[in-house]
Design a protein around this ligand. Structure first.
Ligand SMILES: NC(=O)c1ccc[n+]([C@@H]2O[C@H](COP(=O)([O-])OP(=O)(O)OC[C@H]3O[C@@H](n4cnc5c(N)ncnc54)[C@H](O)[C@@H]3O)[C@@H](O)[C@H]2O)c1
Ligand SMILES: [Zn+2]
Ligand SMILES: [Zn+2]
Length: 401
């Protein structure tokens, strides 16, 4: 089959690789009909995640048609149209039983390698390095999906794969980020980063009762998309973010702050410029300027929720400020399987159409160009969806919700 492979820093290519095969009785094989590029893929693309190997197949947001099922698969049938959570989870370990699917103890074949770094293993992830299991991803024609009965979301007839595609990651991720804020009716939430994750965090914060959402970024069309979702936008390249936020919150700050930027944060203040240098010379793995700003802007006693990915060591972390303000931190890879049923319900009822975030559709052969465009946030690129059988790149006018 054809698949998008990682070849090194800023280098991905479409190659012919072996077709996936059933390896365990709980596996299924999927013919991919719709798949997406995520901000998390950019961390791989920029060479910032360890244990990637040349030829690794990328992609952890995908949907398709089931073409083969293992002998122990009961719920999912050949011919079903399904969306797959990016977290691979066994469904019955201590953490899966508690709904904490991204902390699964059983799904990472490289558990020992990861535990050497983190203390204990967490779940395997599609297309996300060998530390996380070395699973081939779904930017491909076919994919193998382990523990399919646990995660696969079988779609009802009225919903297309593209309509539900973002249940694989960014919708649950934005929702969990907002849920982690423990929003009480009428509270104010600020969201750093208006990429796809930030966009879903904004809409989820409103769904969970926020009275106001403040959105921070500098990419014009992303700020407009945030405003279309009801947020008040701040362009961090033009104004003093702390002053602007104080002005919008009666001087007290937002009750909760969401860092939907993660380890590749930009900025023009000295701490951000020092981060650029330290990351380039590998003295730190993650640039955390947006997180620092979120900590500073947060209301005393508030919550800082971090869906943005961090992979290692940050420099200049203002722990004393967070301590002094009595902040609560919530973070982590999303427990996707805990949210898919509820959020599919919202899509079916028409309460949200996740396709609003799509800016480009591409064929598999154009995915390397699409990575470059998405990485540079060029041509209004907010979210790329790929269909293996399409040809060329088409720009989509984003839906206005
Ligand atoms: N926790 C999870 O399970 C999970 C799942 C999916 C994605 N993620 C992570 O969420 C983050 C966002 O993903 P995405 O797909 O939206 O990525 P993206 O790259 O499209 O968006 C990031 C946005 O942050 C903005 N930004 C950069 N520096 C900023 C700053 N200082 N202040 C405000 N905004 C700033 C960029 O302009 C960009 O619009 C990434 O780190 C990704 O890896 C985490
Ligand atoms: Zn993702
Ligand atoms: Zn488990």
């Amino acid at each position: 089959m054809k698949a998008l492979t990682w070849q090194g820093k800023n280098n991905v290519s479409v190659e012919t690789v072996d077709d996936p095969k059933i390896m365990a009785p709980t596996d299924i094989i999927l013919e991919i009909t719709s798949s997406a590029i995520c901000g998390s893929d950019l961390h791989l693309y920029h060479g910032l995640v360890s244990t990637m190997e040349k030829g690794d197949v990328l992609g952890h947001e995908f949907a398709g048609k089931v073409v083969e099922v293992g002998s122990a698969v009961k719920r999912v049938k050949v011919g079903d149209r399904v969306v797959i959570p990016f977290t691979i989870s066994c469904g019955h370990c201590l953490f899966c039983s508690a709904g904490k699917f991204s902390l699964c103890l059983q799904s990472n074949p490289n558990a020992e390698m990861l535990a050497k770094v983190t203390g204990y293993t967490t779940a395997g992830l599609f297309g996300y390095s060998h530390l996380y299991g070395g699973f081939a991803g779904g930017q491909a024609e076919y994919a193998r999906v382990p523990f399919a009965d646990v995660g696969a979301v079988v779609l009802p007839e009225e919903i297309s794969e593209e309509h539900a595609l973002f249940l694989s990651d960014i919708f649950p991720t934005g929702y969990m980020a907002a849920e982690n804020c423990n929003i009480q009716p009428g509270e104010i939430v600020a969201v750093w980063g208006c990429g796809p994750v930030g966009q879903f965090a904004i809409r989820s914060a409103f769904l969970l009762g926020a009275s106001k959402v403040i959105a921070i970024d500098k990419v014009p069309e992303r700020l407009v998309m945030a405003e279309n979702g009801g947020a008040s936008a701040i362009d961090y390249s033009k104004v003093d973010v702390l002053e602007a936020i104080k002005h919008m919150t009666d001087g007290l700050g937002p009750h909760a702050c969401i860092d939907a930027v993660g380890m590749e944060s930009f900025g023009h203040t000295p701490d951000a410029l020092i981060d650029d240098v330290l990351q380039a010379v590998k003295l730190e793995t993650d640039r955390s300027h947006a997180l620092r700003q979120a900590i500073q802007c947060c209301r005393n006693g508030g919550v800082v929720s971090v869906p943005g990915v961090y992979v290692g060591i940050v420099d200049n972390f203002p722990l004393g400020i967070a301590f002094g303000k009595g902040l609560t931190f919530k973070m982590g890879q999303t427990h996707v399987q805990s949210y898919t049923k509820k959020l599919l319900g919202l899509i079916v009822k028409g309460e949200i159409d996740p396709r609003f975030v799509i800016s480009h559709r591409v064929g598999l052969d154009q995915v390397p160009d699409a990575y470059a465009m998405f990485a540079k946030k060029k041509d209004g690129c907010t979210k790329v969806v790929l269909s293996p059988h399409q040809n060329g790149i088409t720009q989509v006018k984003p839906l206005g919700n």
